[in-house]
Design a protein around this ligand. Sequence first.
Ligand SMILES: Nc1ncnc2c1ncn2[C@@H]1O[C@H](COP(=O)(O)OP(=O)(O)O)[C@@H](O)[C@H]1O
Ligand SMILES: [Mg+2]
Length: 279
Amino acid sequence: MATVSPSSSSSLQTPVSVPVPESANQTLSIQTKDLNLWYGDFQALQDVTVNIKPGIITSLIGPSGCGKTTLLRCFNRINERYGNVTTTGEIRILDKNIYDDDVSLSELRKSVGMVFQRPNPMPIAIYDNVLFGVRVHTRRDQLSKSQRDELVESALRQVALWDAVKDKLKKKATTLSLEQQQKLCIARLLPLKPRVILMDEPCSALDAEGIERVEEMIASLRERYTILIVTHNMAQARRASDECIFMLLGKIIEHSPTEELFFKPKEEKTEMYIQGRYG
Ligand SMILES: Nc1ncnc2c1ncn2[C@@H]1O[C@H](COP(=O)(O)OP(=O)(O)O)[C@@H](O)[C@H]1O
Ligand SMILES: [Mg+2]
């Protein structure tokens, strides 16, 4: 393993730049153990124990209301924004317990980026959208103009948006098509060097062609990032993911390689769901 600061095994703590351990590829990206979550007295997650592997795309499927979004929001502790949430159990990201006292929420959210159903770029220039997160996290004089330009180009290239916007970087992001806006929302995570990207139904606002192109782009991010994607579109889960997790009523019913889950499900409930017998 390459050296990391001696006391830390992950990049979630406050130190500014932590070299990535070579063995990180073997480290599970996300692990939960007996995770329970309540909104008030309603239990939305029940005994969720799951291991998400690095560098692959894992999809999270299940009928509306089964807890997909809730589970996703656990991984960057965004659920805490809702006042009435109680959580028990353990969540480890890159083998670090994210509830440890020394975990910095802002480092956690840099490491674990998230995109939502509706693209939500800011009504500022495309260029400034890409740099927004970096500007929040670094001092103004820390990056030169050419370093900033490079970050913007590299992020936009990774999401297959560079060619379409390179001549209009100063235009407002909100003038882009929804497909381009969603790509931009993924691009603006990248300068923060996330290890995990959470996507909550990222294609649900797009038309068929937009879906295809965004899926292609997401597939191209595989290996560089660990991607967890919520979808209620089973065809998308089949096309786009390496592993698939099926949830029902706050519980994980099955977690298998995608092909297996769809063609040789282990659980009867999975089979009923993929045959369209609920939700
Ligand atoms: N902020 C919240 N407050 C109270 N209940 C919530 C909140 N968010 C979600 N829920 C409830 O938790 C359950 C799971 O919701 P959610 O995670 O959004 O499911 P999914 O994403 O699978 O549709 C649902 O019954 C939903 O009504
Ligand atoms: Mg949801």
